[in-house]
Write a protein that binds this ligand. Structure first.
Ligand code: PXP
Length: 246
């Protein structure tokens, strides 16, 4: 099996910076450190309320790193125009609700009347990824609107693992496996993300169609105790071991 890419989400470094309103800790420094520690890409989510990453962070990160930037955004006209202006390597469209603490669910691609118009516009300058639940109708719809990538929401699986709910974890994993196979069959590249931690990464990394994992919160939390390079190296080791064993 091919080597899995590890995308590192640096939003939480910006959250910590914003808690005091100053410049530290600097998300650009975090992106550079992740890059030097072996990250294959950097993810940053510019939310409508700018609660973590801010507008100026995006060009600053892009100018600093040599690995690809995955720009996460809601499917709004404001964000579409920013993405067209920045031309990041990839754009990942996610649902956004002001009151949520993090991206809680996947996009309703099947029920959307904006994605069919927006995806081709974004696809002129970036690879377009849609963050969806592992649901056959959403996978099918993602292919129909012209996305090149789907990122499957792994939150429910990771929560079930963390809570020790084995039967639920097995069901969620099966859903993810089936959606990954379906997406691959439709010519979509498969990414996985949300809530991934040391205890949940191996079964996800073993999904053969997966090409990339995007991980943020757990890695940044772990980095507080062992440093980002060590946290990243341990995640990388677990990904590679799981891939080899599969
Ligand atoms: N992928 C997507 C599309 C996300 O929205 C997020 C959270 O911002 C992540 C991955 C990373 O999730 P976590 O921070 O839980 O690792």
């Amino acid at each position: 099996m091919h080597r899995l890419r590890l995308g590192v989400n640096i939003d939480h470094v910006a959250t910590l910076r914003n808690a005091r309103g100053g410049r530290d800790p600097d998300p650009v420094r975090a992106a550079l450190l992740a890059q030097s520690a072996g990250a294959d890409g950097i993810t940053a989510h510019l939310r409508e309320d700018r609660r973590h990453i801010r507008d100026a962070d995006i060009p600053a990160i892009m100018a600093a790193i040599r690995i690809p930037l995955n720009f996460e955004m809601a499917a709004t006209e404001e964000m579409r125009d920013l993405a067209v202006a920045y031309c990041p390597h990839a754009v990942c469209l996610v649902p956004e609700r002001r009151e949520e603490r993090t991206t809680e669910g996947g996009l309703d691609v099947a029920g959307s009347n904006v994605l069919a118009d927006m995806v081709p516009v974004l696809a002129r300058s970036s690879r377009v990824s849609l963050f969806i639940a592992a649901d056959p109708a959403q996978v099918e719809a993602s292919a129909s609107v012209g996305a090149q990538v789907v990122e499957l929401h792994t939150g429910a699986f990771c929560d079930a693992v963390a809570d020790g709910h084995e039967a639920e974890a097995a069901e969620e994993l099966e859903r993810l496996r089936a959606a990954a196979a379906q997406a691959h069959g439709l010519g979509l590249e498969v990414h996985l993300g949300h809530g991934i931690a040391f205890d949940s990464v191996a079964p996800l990394a073993a999904i053969p169609e997966a090409v990339e994992l995007n991980i943020g919160h757990f890695l940044m939390g772990e980095a507080l105790f062992v440093g980002l390079p060590a946290a990243l190296a341990e995640m990388r080791r677990r990904m590679d071991d799981a891939r080899r064993a599969a």
